[in-house]
Design a binder for this molecule. Sequence first.
Ligand code: SAH
Ligand code: SF4
Length: 392
Amino acid sequence: MPATAPITQDVMTIPRKTEPGPLNLIGLTREQLRDALISIGTPEKQAKMRTGQIWQWIYQKGVRDFALMSNLAKPYRELLAENCVLAVPEVVTRQVSEDGTRKYLVRIAGGHEVEIVYIPETDRGTLCVSSQVGCTLTCPFCHTGTQKLVRNLTAAEIIGQVLVARDDLGEWPELGVPNPPEARRLSNIVLMGMGEPLYNFDNVRDAMNIAMDPEGISLSRRRITLSTSGVVPEIARTAEEIGCLLAVSFHATTDEVRNKLVPINKKYPLEVLLEALRSYPKVSNSERITFEYVMLKDVNDSDEDAHRLLQLIKGIPAKINLIPFNEWPGAPYKRSSNNRIHAFADIIHDAGYSSPIRRPRGEDIMAACGQLKSATERERKSRKQIEAEAGM
Ligand code: SAH
Ligand code: SF4
């Protein structure tokens, strides 16, 4: 199949509702915000300045009440309040793990729920953001992939997750006091929550461009990592239109095994995927591609797999992130033994690659990779169904 084949989403997809309602100013690009302000009666001549002012209130200061926007005239604040809202997802539950990991369940329009995870480390704090409710792809080891309902998140719902986390972390700077990225609790974003970000490209791009805007949250593109299962046509666009770091859910070293573990491989097989990764234009030593590799007992964890992996990625600046499989009730796989994971890591490491083993975080609150799934939609496909889809 040609790499440019149109993407089809073959699982039930709920179209995004376009309910009429007050205009949400969160999640708009600067251009869209400007148009929105003009549409409510802002004179064109002032629109650019107003856009900048409102942008700073929202993304630099965390203000979500027009009445507090003190550099806008009172009648203008009232005009905004009458016509617009500043809406972010509503936090339903907040859990804090023994290791400090925080998991939020948030509700979005339509009553859907998604999860956000905050992982504190000594030198950084990473927010794991969701891009879809559920996922149309059905990787059989992934809990999210067993969720039937799927809808794309809007840009407002994606950047809204960052705003909600900053609220909870008390991360908005005192007015006028700068907040340098190295002093922040939320210093990095990974698009590794629920969903396939490259099946929701435009909204993910707009939300990440907001996160990077220097007059707002101002995260460097090197502090944002997008993880994809390998949606090849969108990989080049990611480099061009977002420019963030890329992680790829590799997980297997032959098409036969990858077809089962990451079914999108049937559409974009290893050779095509590797070609796209090789030409990820921004690739350089400081911008290595992260190869994620989930360690599944007796499935993809042999010494031969490690050697094949090295052959495949030859020439690509890479880091290999080994993820011990996070088991969930009914999962059709087991985690590789620690010895096996270490033996695999040693082979990779001896070839000169960084091969960290991801330490499971927040396991007591089901916040680990691949375990995210909204509580209201936790109904699972039967094991039989999962196995049938995995061709086992
Ligand atoms: N859809 C995207 C991003 C979300 S998943 C993707 O697939 O890349 C984030 C990472 O967690 C992916 O590498 C995914 O393969 C991995 N993952 C999913 N389920 C897992 C599990 N049960 N244990 C460990 N890692 C898992
Ligand atoms: Fe979707 Fe990623 Fe899970 Fe696969 S691993 S089902 S692509 S979220």
